[in-house]
Design a binder for this molecule. Structure first.
Ligand SMILES: [Mn+2]
Length: 334
């Protein structure tokens, strides 16, 4: 096993580019519950490798979200047979084995396994593991790999990398955005990318049901601690009323955070009568992951979550009490 940028062994992108060059057949793996970075990274690499004459499939575990369907040129498949006996299996943005889902036994059956990611890797599981935690998105790493491989660039591969980077940086607003992010973006413009058209596809292609759900949830918003905390919920009843799916609630917690003076926002999602998922965001200094870890959850300083095996009412109570007792409740001024 070789691991890059985390102190164990030595794998660099040069080495990964060499082994990919030698391969004829590849299977690329996005993580479960696909987002723009994982699928954009897979599709950019897929398109580039196909242009180099290789046979490439993107083995997906679940349906592609509607707003990312434009990325698929027909390479995405749920047919696990396509991943059998390939020269290389490469997972992108998916360094945690569990994020392979039901593809977990197929993945290691390839001749060589590779992981490319920007997340801290606790238990590297591939033959070659490359991690760059400075990269804002896995898409940034894929750009660098393609540059090393002398890929001349293409509009479609560029649009896929733009998707990866814009979605993982909150459209270049999050603190992971760096100078290098913009330098890569500038090079992608030279590939002929269409940020305007692609942004409409990613961000302005919502179903009306989503906005109906947002409206129902936002109308139940409560402000706590003198306006430093905004909290709301999504119930099964609201989903039914709006005709929406739970994944369409994902923007609400960001909307709650957008209020002036709010430092922490929180959305409690009722999955069933005895399970709620809690999503939290913080705006400035408050480390929300510390609060999430008290409930065996995880995440980052500004975005974290956890699951409670409680009814919606009980979960709301638990979360409110935890927020009131937290450091944010103790700070006099924010
Ligand atoms: Mn990512």
């Amino acid at each position: 096993m070789k691991t890059g940028n985390s102190g164990v062994g030595k794998t660099d992108l040069q080495e990964i580019s060499e082994i990919i060059k030698k391969a004829d057949t590849l299977a690329l793996y996005p993580h479960v519950n696909m987002d723009g970075d994982t699928l954009g990274s897979c599709m950019a690499l897929c398109l580039a490798l196909k242009a180099m004459g290789k046979k490439v499939d993107v083995i997906i575990d679940d349906a592609i979200p509607d707003n990312l369907k434009f990325l698929d040129d027909g390479s995405c498949t749920e047919d696990l047979k396509k991943g059998e006996g390939v020269d290389i299996a490469c997972c992108l943005d998916c360094a945690d084995r569990e994020r392979l889902g039901k593809r977990g036994t197929l993945f290691p059956s390839a001749g060589i396994t590779v992981s490319i990611d920007h997340h801290m890797v606790a238990n590297p599981f591939c033959d070659y593991n490359y991690t760059d935690t400075e990269a804002a998105a896995t898409g940034e790493i894929v750009y660098k790999l393609l540059e090393i491989m002398d890929f001349p660039g293409s509009k479609e591969a560029g649009n896929a990398l733009f998707t990866a980077i814009t979605t993982d940086t909150g459209n270049f607003q999050y603190s992971n955005t760096r100078g290098e992010t913009h330098r890569i973006m500038a090079k992608l413009y030279d590939w002929g990318i269409e940020p305007d058209r692609v942004s409409v596809l990613i961000y302005d292609s919502n179903r009306p049901e989503r906005l109906m759900l947002e409206s129902l949830s936002l109308s139940r918003m409560e402000l706590l601690l003198g306006g430093k905390v905004a909290i709301s919920y999504v119930s099964q009843k609201m989903l039914e009323q709006a005709g929406a799916e739970m994944y369409e609630s994902e923007r609400i917690v960001n909307e709650l955070r957008s209020i002036a003076g709010v430092e922490v926002s929180c959305l409690v999602k009722e999955n069933s009568i005895r399970e709620c998922k809690v999503s939290m965001r913080s705006k400035n200094d408050f480390d929300i992951s510390l609060l999430a870890s008290k409930f065996h959850g995880g995440g980052h300083k500004k975005a974290a979550g956890f699951t409670l095996n409680k009814s919606l009412d009980q979960a709301m109570l638990t979360v409110k009490n935890a927020l009131l007792e937290s450091e944010i409740g103790k700070k006099e001024d924010a």
